[in-house]
Design a protein around this ligand. Structure first.
Ligand code: KIV
Ligand code: ZN
Length: 512
C-alpha cells in the first residue's frame, strides 16, 4: 500500500445497481456478490435498502453477518422508521454504516417531498442524530445536490456534521454535471462548510450524460476521498460511475492522483462477470477495463506495435485487472471435496448436504459435456441451483428440430405447480419455437424486451448464458439460463423470467 491518502471505495451495486430494471437480487445472490466485493477489498458495501421489503432487510442482515473485512452499509430515507430498520438489519455487522438521505434541491423539495427548506433542514439533522443511536458511522447524502442552492447545501452540511455525520456525500442524482463544474462544486463545499476537515467528502455520480466517471474523478481531484460506484456501472437509468474505471484511472494515473485505493484489481474481471451473470446485464464488448475487447487489438499496426512492446498501445496489463485469473478449476475427475473447497474459496455457501449433493450432480453433468470447468461455470451452476429452489414452473424436457428447408419445431415438457404439461410448437427458429411452446402453456402475455446470448468462457464447448427480459403491466424482470446448448439455455432463461414474474411484487424504490 502506498503512503498516499486513502480513497474509500463505496460500492452500491447491490443498492443503486439493483435499481436497474429487472436487476433485483435475492439474498443468496447478494451474499455471493458481497463476498466477491469483500475479497476485492472494497471498503464499504451498500447491501440494500432495508425498509424496501422484508427480503431486502434479510439480505442486508445476512451480508452484515457474513462480511467481516468491509464496512456494510444500509440505506435509509431521513425517516425514523427507515433508520430503525437499517439499524436493526446492521446489528450483526463488525463494522456497520447507516446512509441516510434527503433531497435538497428546490424541485425535489417542492414537487416530491412537498416540504419547505427549513423542514428538510430539520429532518436531515434529526435523521443523523437518530442514526447515531445505532452506529458512529453515519453517512449523510443531499439528494440532487447538483441542482441544490449552494448556500442551503452548506447550511445543511454544516448542521449534519454537527449532528454526527462522518461522511458527507454529494450526489449528482440526475447525471447533469460536467467535470469542471463538479470539481469546482466539491472544492467550494470543502472550503466553505465549517468543520469540513472533520468528515470524509464523498461523491455519487449518475451517468445520464456519460460523465459519471469523469465527474467522480474531478471530485477526487478537488478533495473527495470517497467515491460511490458500481460494478460495470450498473445503476438507475444510465447507471452509476463504474468502479473498475475509477479504480484503474486512479491506479494507472498515479502520477496525477494524490490518493490511492486498496482494491485488489486482479479480481475486477471475475467480479464483473459475476455481477453480469447474476443481474442479467451483459457487459458491452467495448466497455473500458471489463469489456471483452478492452485488450483486443484488431488493426495490424496496433498488433505489430504491441508485439514489439506492449506499452505502444496498452496503458495497463490485462492480467492486472484479472483477465487471466480465468482459472482452470476442476474437471471430470474432480471429487466432491475439491468441488466443495472451490465453492468455499469463491465465497459460495450452500445450505446443507442436500444442496451440495445437488450442485455436485450438476457439476458432474456439466463435466461430461465440457472437459474444463472454470470459476465462471461454477458460478452459473450455483445460480441455476438457487434458481430452481421453489420455482413454480420447471422445464423438464426439451427437444428441438431444426434443419435446412424445414420449419423449426420444439417439443417441451413443463411442470407448472407440479402439474405436467407437454406441448409442441413451431417458430421462426428453434429458440422462437421453444418460447412459443412455453408461452402456450403459461400464457403469461408478457412482452419480450431483451434476448441476449453470451459465452461464459471461451471455446465452442463453452456454456452459453442467456438473458431474457420480460415486461408485463409495467413490471420488468430478467431471467437467466446457462447450458452448453444455447437453445436449452434460452428455454431455461425464459422459464426463469416467468417464475420471477410470478413472485410477489418487488421492493419500494428509495427515491420516493
Ligand atoms: O442518486 C442518489 O442521489 C442516490 C442517493 C440515495 C445517494 O442514490
Ligand atoms: Zn444514486
Amino acid at each position: 500500500m502506498s503512503n498516499k491518502e486513502k480513497l474509500v471505495i463505496f460500492d452500491t451495486t447491490m443498492r443503486d445497481g439493483e435499481q436497474s430494471p429487472g436487476a433485483a437480487m435475492s439474498k443468496e445472490e447478494k451474499l455471493r456478490i458481497a463476498k466477491a466485493l469483500e475479497r476485492m477489498r472494497v471498503d464499504v458495501i451498500e447491501a440494500g435498502f432495508p425498509i424496501a421489503s422484508p427480503g431486502d432487510f434479510e439480505a442486508v442482515q445476512a451480508v452484515a453477518e457474513v462480511v467481516k473485512d468491509s464496512t456494510v452499509c444500509g440505506l435509509a430515507r431521513a425517516l425514523d422508521k427507515d433508520i430503525d430498520r437499517a439499524g436493526e438489519a446492521l446489528k450483526p455487522a463488525v463494522s456497520g454504516r447507516i446512509h441516510t438521505f434527503i433531497a435538497t434541491s428546490p424541485i425535489h423539495m417542492e414537487q416530491k417531498l412537498r416540504m419547505s427548506p427549513q423542514q428538510v433542514f430539520e429532518q436531515a439533522v434529526h435523521a443523523v442524530k437518530r442514526a447515531r443511536n445505532y452506529t458512529d458511522d453515519v453517512e449523510f447524502s443531499a439528494e440532487d445536490a447538483v441542482r441544490s442552492d449552494f448556500d442551503f447545501l452548506c447550511r445543511v452540511f454544516e448542521a449534519v456534521i454537527k449532528a454526527g455525520a462522518r461522511t458527507i456525500n454529494v450526489p449528482d442524482t440526475v447525471g447533469y454535471s460536467l467535470p469542471a463544474l463538479w470539481g469546482e462544486r466539491i472544492k467550494k463545499l470543502i472550503e466553505n462548510v465549517p468543520n469540513a476537515d472533520k468528515v470524509v467528502w464523498s461523491t455519487h455520480c449518475h451517468n445520464d450524460l456519460g460523465m459519471a466517471v469523469a465527474n467522480s474523478l474531478a471530485a477526487v481531484m478537488s478533495g473527495a476521498r470517497q467515491v460511490e460506484c458500481t460494478i460495470n456501472g450498473l445503476g438507475e437509468r444510465a447507471g452509476n460511475a463504474s468502479l473498475e474505471e475509477i479504480v484503474m484511472a486512479v491506479k494507472v494515473r498515479r502520477d496525477v492522483f494524490t490518493c490511492d485505493t486498496g482494491i485488489d484489481t486482479t479480481l475486477i474481471v471475475p467480479t464483473s462477470k459475476l455481477v453480469s451473470q447474476i443481474t442479467g446485464y451483459p457487459v458491452q464488448p467495448n466497455k473500458a477495463v471489463v469489456g471483452a475487447n478492452a485488450f483486443a487489438h484488431e488493426s495490424g499496426i496496433h498488433q505489430d506495435g504491441v508485439l514489439k512492446s506492449r506499452e505502444t498501445y496498452e496503458i495497463m496489463r490485462a492480467q492486472d485487472v484479472g483477465w487471466s485469473t480465468n482459472k482452470l478449476t476442476l474437471g471430470k475427475l474432480s471429487g466432491r471435496n475439491a468441488f466443495r473447497a472451490r465453492l468455499q474459496e469463491l465465497g459460495i455457501q450452500l445450505d446443507g448436504e442436500e444442496a451440495l449433493n445437488n450442485a455436485f450432480a450438476r457439476f458432474k453433468e456439466l463435466a461430461d459435456k465440457k472437459s474444463e470447468i472454470f470459476d465462471e461455470d461454477l458460478q452459473a451452476l450455483v445460480s441455476a441451483a438457487f434458481q430452481d429452489e421453489g420455482e413454480r414452473i420447471k422445464l423438464t424436457y426439451l427437444r428441438v428440430c431444426s434443419e435446412t428447408g424445414c420449419t423449426p419445431e420444439a417439443q417441451i415438457t413443463l411442470t407448472v405447480d407440479a402439474k405436467v404439461r407437454e406441448v409442441r410448437s413451431v417458430g421462426g427458429g428453434p429458440v422462437d419455437a421453444a418460447f412459443k411452446a412455453i408461452e402456450s402453456v403459461v400464457q403469461s402475455g408478457a412482452q419480450l424486451l431483451l434476448y441476449s446470448v453470451n459465452n461464459i468462457t471461451s471455446g465452442t464447448d463453452s456454456q452459453g448464458e442467456v438473458t431474457v427480459r420480460l415486461e408485463k403491466g409495467g413490471r420488468i424482470v430478467n431471467g437467466q439460463g446457462a447450458d452448453t446448448d444455447i437453445v436449452i439455455a434460452s428455454a431455461k432463461a425464459y422459464v426463469n423470467a416467468l417464475n420471477r414474474m410470478l413472485e410477489p411484487l418487488g421492493k419500494m424504490h428509495p427515491q420516493v
